[in-house]
Design a protein around this ligand. Structure first.
Ligand SMILES: [Zn+2]
Length: 199
């Protein structure tokens, strides 16, 4: 995770070309992707209103980097608390952790993985991650309730119908026709159906 601050600085660096700043944002999103990279990217494009032509609103890239930074801070804080807990447990002779952390995965994507890139929670990323970690700490069973939104799970093995988070993480199966074509539209920010931002 050490390269995140350096990448975020590149996103904010107005001396760099818009494309290089976009790629730096992509690197940030690879390091901090609670929904998985594609759904996290879709969220950022919509929430930060990243335009198709970057020069129309370069501040959008900064808004997206700021959101990722806030999200990363939430996870790092919990990760440090967890590390301290494990040190105490090990000192007490407990070699196997009592609880597993949900963030020990690539890009932390196990926290709230969304197999469908366009179906994910709509709140700020940091709010969702905080809610997941709080429910995790409270001992909520992810097979019974969605840790992201609290919806009761009626169909085990399926993504949450309310928010799209799948309890199985990146191993979750997902198939959709035109998925790759649709992803290309997301990546190029060609979202004709994005909601009108609230002023
Ligand atoms: Zn949910």
């Amino acid at each position: 995770m050490t390269s995140f601050p350096a990448r975020a600085r590149r996103v904010r660096d107005s001396a760099l070309s818009p494309q290089r700043r976009l790629y730096a944002l992509r690197e940030c999103a690879l390091h901090c992707a609670p929904y998985g990279f594609r759904a996290t990217w879709h969220h950022l494009v919509v929430a930060a209103r990243i335009p198709r032509r970057l020069t129309d609103d370069l501040d959008a890239l900064v808004r997206a980097a700021d959101e990722l930074q806030r999200t990363r801070d939430v996870v790092l804080h919990r990760a440090q608390e967890y590390a301290a807990l494990r040190r105490r447990e090990k000192a007490a002779g407990m070699r196997t952790p009592r609880t597993l952390s949900p963030w020990n995965s690539w890009g932390w994507s196990r926290i709230a993985y969304c197999p469908d890139p366009e179906h994910h929670p709509t709140e700020p990323l940091a709010t969702v991650v905080q809610a997941v970690l709080d429910r995790h700490d409270a001992g909520i069973n992810p097979d019974r309730h969605c840790l992201a939104c609290g919806t009761e799970r009626r169909r085990p093995g399926h993504a949450c119908p309310t928010c799209g988070v799948h309890p199985d993480g990146p191993a979750a199966p997902w198939r959709a026709s035109q998925a790759e074509e649709r992803w290309q539209q997301v990546w190029h920010r060609e979202l004709d159906d994005r909601p009108t931002p609230v002023p």
